[in-house]
Write a protein of this length. Structure first.
Length: 167
């Protein structure tokens, strides 16, 4: 009976394993969703600019559109001036990195372009090098990879240590 229970537990642990293949499917879907959201935002901005240009063709509408544009600028400046403290990026701003379980503190301190570049490097140098049925707990996680790459690129002048309590 003991032998059956030991083998059964082992089977359960293997079944709980999240594989690189399933992670890559999730990441691909998140990247697709992120691209769609960016395209939608770009189209909204383009549509507003087109509306302002078309309105400029009608007498009197140009002045109204100029007033609306000036109000937009004032609201943006007021929002930026009225904010207290530093505004940090959040994991929700990076859905792909969120699926990779990135440390929120890394998102706070690293520049957007650098985060995206490190994400691409992680996919290329780590995820694409292992088979799809490999458990993700058998490969370096994104946080360790980022810390290692920052230390390497800065020749150990910048080192990010994980001081969070271990679970």
């Amino acid at each position: 009976m003991k032998l059956i229970m030991e083998n059964w537990r082992k089977y359960l642990h293997e079944a709980e394993c999240v594989t690189v293949g399933s992670l890559m499917k999730t990441v691909d879907q998140a990247q697709s969703d992120e691209k769609d959201a960016e395209d939608t935002e770009r189209l909204k901005g383009w549509g507003w600019e087109l509306a302002k240009n078309i309105a400029g063709l009608f007498p009197g509408a140009g002045a109204a559109m100029s007033a609306v544009s000036a109000a937009e600028v004032l609201l943006k400046v007021k929002g930026e001036m009225g904010e207290k403290g530093v505004s940090y990026d959040q994991v929700a701003d990076y859905p792909v990195l969120g699926h990779l379980k990135i440390d929120p503190e890394l998102i706070k301190v690293l520049e957007d372009d650098l985060l995206r570049q490190l994400d691409e490097m992680y996919e290329e140098q780590v995820l694409s090098k292992v088979s799809g049925d490999t458990c993700i707990d058998k490969i370096p996680n994104i946080n360790d990879f980022i810390r290692k790459m920052v230390a390497k690129e800065t020749e150990m002048h910048v080192v990010i240590d994980d001081k969070s309590p271990k679970k």
